[in-house]
Design a protein around this ligand. Structure first.
Ligand SMILES: NC(=O)C1=CN([C@@H]2O[C@H](COP(=O)(O)OP(=O)(O)OC[C@H]3O[C@@H](n4cnc5c(N)ncnc54)[C@H](O)[C@@H]3O)[C@@H](O)[C@H]2O)C=CC1
Ligand SMILES: CCCCC/C=C\C=C\C(=O)C/C=C\C/C=C\CCCC(=O)O
Length: 221
C-alpha cells in the first residue's frame, strides 16, 4: 500500500497502539500529525520518528481530546501545516472505572467528536475529497467485561456509532470509509491499569479473572 501524498491524524499517538499506527503510516509514505495529551512522551516519540522517517513528515500536537476546543484546534493545525487531510485514527483511550465520566469523555465522546470534525474536512458533502476514518474499539466493544463496565460501555458505543455513521456515509455519498477495530489484549501501558486499585475501583477484585482472560486470548505485540 502506497500512502505517498496522504496526510493522517492519529490521536493517542505518543505510545502504544497509536504509535504503532503512526509508524505504519509513515512507513507507507504518509505524513502524520501525532495528537497526544502527554507532551513529554510525545516529543520523545517525535524525535525517534524523525531519525527514521525525517522531521518534515510528522508533527506533534499537544491536545486533550476531551476538550472540544483543543481537538478542533489539533485538526486545524494539521490542515494548516500539511495542507490536507485523508486519514483519521481516533485511537486515544483510557481505562479508569473510578473516574468513569472521564472514561466516557475520552473513549466515546472524543471519538464521536473526532469523527464529526474529520467529516467536516473530508466529506464530499462539504466539498472534501473523501478519506478514511478508523475508530479504535476493543474486544470489550463486542463482549461484556465484568471487570470494566464503563470501559465496556464506551467500547460498545464506539462500535455502534461507527457502524451507524459508516452506513450514513455510504447512503449520503460522503466518500469516507469509516471502520472500527476491536483488538483483544495488546502489550501497552494501558494493560497495566488492571494492577491499580485506584483505577479499577471495586472491580480490582477481578484482577485474577482478567489475568486468566489474558492467558486465554494472549497478548498482541
Ligand atoms: N492495550 C490493549 O490491550 C487494548 C487497547 N485498546 C484501545 O486502544 C487504544 C490505545 O490504547 P493503548 O495504546 O493500549 O493505550 P496507551 O495508554 O498505551 O496509550 C494511549 C495514549 O493516549 C493518550 N491519551 C490518553 N488520554 C488522552 C487524552 N485525553 N487526549 C489525548 N491523548 C490521550 C496517552 O497519553 C497515550 O499516549 C485505546 O482506545 C484502548 O482502549 C483496545 C483493545 C486492547
Ligand atoms: C477488560 C477490563 C479492562 C482492562 C483494561 C486494560 C486493557 C484493555 C484491553 C482491551 O481493550 C480489550 C481486551 C479484552 C476485553 C476483555 C474482555 C472481553 C470479554 C471476553 C470474554 O469474556 O471472553
Amino acid at each position: 500500500m502506497d500512502l505517498t501524498g496522504k496526510v493522517a491524524l492519529v490521536t493517542g499517538a505518543a505510545q502504544g497502539i497509536g504509535r504503532s499506527f503512526t509508524e505504519a503510516l509513515l512507513r507507507h509514505g504518509a505524513k502524520v500529525a501525532l495528537v497526544d495529551l502527554n507532551r513529554s512522551i510525545g516529543e520523545d516519540c517525535k524525535k525517534a520518528l524523525d531519525e527514521e522517517f525525517g522531521a518534515a513528515n510528522s508533527l506533534f500536537i499537544t491536545c486533550n481530546v476531551g476538550s472540544e476546543e483543543q481537538l478542533k484546534c489539533a485538526f486545524k493545525k494539521t490542515m494548516d501545516f500539511f495542507g490536507s487531510l485523508d486519514i483519521v485514527c481516533n485511537n486515544a483511550g483510557i481505562n479508569n472505572e473510578n473516574k468513569w465520566e472521564q472514561t466516557i469523555t475520552v473513549n466515546l465522546t472524543s471519538v464521536i467528536r473526532g469523527t464529526y470534525i474529520a467529516l467536516e474536512y473530508m466529506s464530499r458533502e462539504n466539498g472534501g475529497k473523501g478519506g478514511v476514518i478508523v475508530n479504535i474499539s476493543s474486544l470489550a466493544g463486542l463482549f461484556p467485561a465484568a471487570h470494566g463496565p464503563v470501559y465496556t460501555a464506551t467500547k460498545h458505543g464506539v462500535v455502534g456509532f461507527t457502524r451507524a455513521i459508516a452506513a450514513t456515509s455510504k447512503i449520503l455519498g460522503y466518500g469516507v470509509r469509516i471502520n472500527t477495530i476491536c483488538p483483544a489484549f495488546v502489550d501497552t501501558p494501558l494493560l497495566n491499569s488492571i494492577n491499580h486499585e485506584e483505577i479499577m475501583g471495586k472491580y480490582y477484585v477481578f484482577k485474577d479473572a482478567v489475568e486468566k482472560l489474558i492467558q486465554h486470548y494472549g497478548i498482541l505485540e
